[in-house]
Design a protein. Structure first.
Length: 206
């Protein structure tokens, strides 16, 4: 049985196009958009598939770091989902890593209608300082930053407490509270809450 079958509806979502360069974006950034970023193997593709209830929407690779393009998904609710390249994968060459980081930086600086930036981090790992700095960058650019701790199903009770404490510490460090979701794309935990958050926020800001 599909673990997401009983979750709330989400706008129909389809793959639209991939961009290797932001010079190709043309009028795409005139649409309200939600961007997803995170280190390779953070679970971005699995989350997009879970949100849309479409297993094949975003390709899940057994080789982390495969996504090097900006992938655009259109919804029938007139906003786009944007899957940004994964970064920080150790097997990527220095040149590839530098190119991906430059693409991420340019995206935040030039994409004009980003409403939410979802920053994914595997809950089994510590929350890196770079991700916290990205939260601050999004706030500076008037983009709503939302942290998603993925793979929560792999944690025991003690680890979940550690993860909660870690996020509270991160908020205290920058002095600004931000929204955090604890998600499992495997079991569906938190998917319904995230769908509700997205649809409500996009309606409110439309």
């Amino acid at each position: 049985m599909n673990p997401y079958a009983k979750e709330i509806p989400f706008p129909e979502t389809k793959f639209f196009t991939s961009l290797a360069s932001l010079k190709e974006k043309e009028t795409l950034d005139t649409f309200p958009s939600i961007a997803f970023m995170g280190r390779s193997n953070s679970g971005k593709s699995s989350l997009l598939n879970a949100l849309s209830n479409h297993k094949g929407l975003a390709k899940v690779s057994r080789t982390p770091g495969k996504t090097k393009l900006i992938n655009i998904f259109k919804t029938n609710a007139n906003f786009n989902l944007i899957d940004l390249p994964g970064f920080g994968y150790s097997k990527a060459s220095h040149k590839e890593h530098k190119e991906m980081m430059k693409l991420l930086e340019d995206f935040l600086n030039t994409w004009s209608n980003v409403k939410i930036l979802f920053i994914l981090c595997d809950s089994q790992r510590e929350f890196p300082i770079e991700e916290l700095e990205t939260v601050e960058t999004a706030l500076e650019k008037k983009i709503l930053p939302v942290v998603i701790r993925t793979k929560i199903d792999k944690l025991n009770q003690s680890d979940r407490h550690r993860c909660n404490t870690e996020m509270e510490s991160a908020m205290n460090q920058i002095g600004i509270p931000f929204r955090v979701f604890f998600i499992s794309s495997t079991t569906g935990r938190g998917i319904g809450d995230l769908r509700t958050f997205i649809t409500d926020y996009m309606i409110k800001t439309s």
